[in-house]
Design a protein around this ligand. Structure first.
Ligand SMILES: [Ca+2]
Ligand SMILES: [Ca+2]
Ligand SMILES: [Ca+2]
Length: 239
């Protein structure tokens, strides 16, 4: 694991507090019944890429809340659903209903959630955990590698920050969180190659001399997105 503390600023180091110790005596079913009645979509987190490590709260599982029905969900511009953290319980990423349909406002405790900048993949906004409070995904301001979702590889990277449990590591080479499994050309990983994926392709196209690294559209695996890849995408189209 990355030696987080060596990269933390003195200010951040001072904000660390002893870990909250909770005994997880409540069954999964009982906890789930106590969660919000908001209905979430089935988690689209990859079953093989669902764990992330936290500095002071152990492993988090991004997929399996409510047998997946309440697990994390990654949309084009925001996250929703719940992450389970073994030592601190449920982490709410947002209710899936941003005020403007695009991003959570994060102006009060009814409008919070984690946003995705669809242009850059940068994450921002806040998640909420009843036992440890807010988790901040806009970590660039904290001097750490910011949390990002790269839709070309369907994968999270970087760090989120909690005042009470420290860094949430989305950046480990072996244990990271990804959406999937996603087939070739299925940029939004909804199970089909459709017109919306065509639009994303146009954003990524670089021509034969380009160096766009977008594996989901790179059919011939030569580190560009060009007309040969476009031909393959058309053949993959789901009528
Ligand atoms: Ca798609
Ligand atoms: Ca090429
Ligand atoms: Ca290519």
């Amino acid at each position: 694991m990355r030696p987080y503390t060596t990269t933390m600023t003195p200010i951040l180091r001072r904000t660390l507090r002893p870990r909250t110790t909770l005994s997880m005596v409540v069954s999964l079913g009982a906890v789930m019944s106590a969660l919000s009645t908001t209905t979430y979509a089935q988690s689209n987190i990859d079953p093989d890429r669902k764990f992330a490590w936290t500095e002071n709260a152990g492993w988090t599982n991004w997929r399996d809340a409510g047998s997946g029905a309440d697990g994390a969900n990654v949309s084009a511009t925001y996250l929703s659903g719940y992450v389970w953290a073994e030592n601190v319980g449920w982490i709410n990423l947002g209710d899936g209903s941003p005020v403007d349909g695009v991003h959570y406002a994060n102006i009060d405790d009814t409008s919070f959630g984690v946003n995705i900048d669809s242009e850059t993949g940068d994450l921002s906004g806040l998640a909420w955990c009843e036992n440890i409070g807010w988790i901040n995904f806009d970590t660039a301001v904290l001097g750490e590698t910011r949390a990002v979702f790269d839709a070309c590889i369907h994968t999270f990277s970087g760090y989120a920050w909690s005042e009470n449990i420290g860094w949430v590591n989305l950046d480990d080479a072996e244990h990271f969180v990804a959406v999937g499994p996603c087939g070739f050309g299925d940029y939004d990983c909804d199970g089909t190659v459709w017109l919306d994926d065509y639009a994303y392709f146009l954003d990524q196209v670089s021509g034969p001399d380009g160096e766009t690294f977008c594996p989901t559209f790179d059919a011939d695996d030569d580190n560009d997105v060009d007309l040969l890849d476009w031909s393959a995408l058309q053949q993959a189209f789901t009528p």
